[in-house]
Design a protein. Structure first.
Length: 84
């Protein structure tokens, strides 16, 4: 028979393992996203009367991008025309 003290310890231990697993999983996900990012999608909203312009700044050859089903880009919002 398992005592109440042992049950409490096991609950804390499994809870700690679960939290550590979640943290390690999020860390690995962030590393994988950074490793497999294919470039930057730059959005320019300089002129509010027009829709935003989007520019794709790839860091890998276009032939490689065409072969993939999914790719990941960083998004950067930059306004290049100063507003007066």
């Amino acid at each position: 028979m398992v005592s109440r003290k042992e049950t409490c310890f096991m609950n804390w231990f499994f809870g700690l393992c679960w939290v550590l697993g979640v943290l390690v999983g999020y860390g690995l996900r962030d590393i994988m996203v950074k490793m497999f990012t294919s470039g930057t999608l730059r959005i320019d909203q300089s002129d509010p009367s027009e829709p935003p312009y989007m520019f794709l700044e790839g860091t890998i050859p276009i032939d490689w991008i065409i072969k993939k089903k999914r790719i990941t880009f960083n998004v950067s919002v930059k306004d290049f025309i100063p507003r007066d």
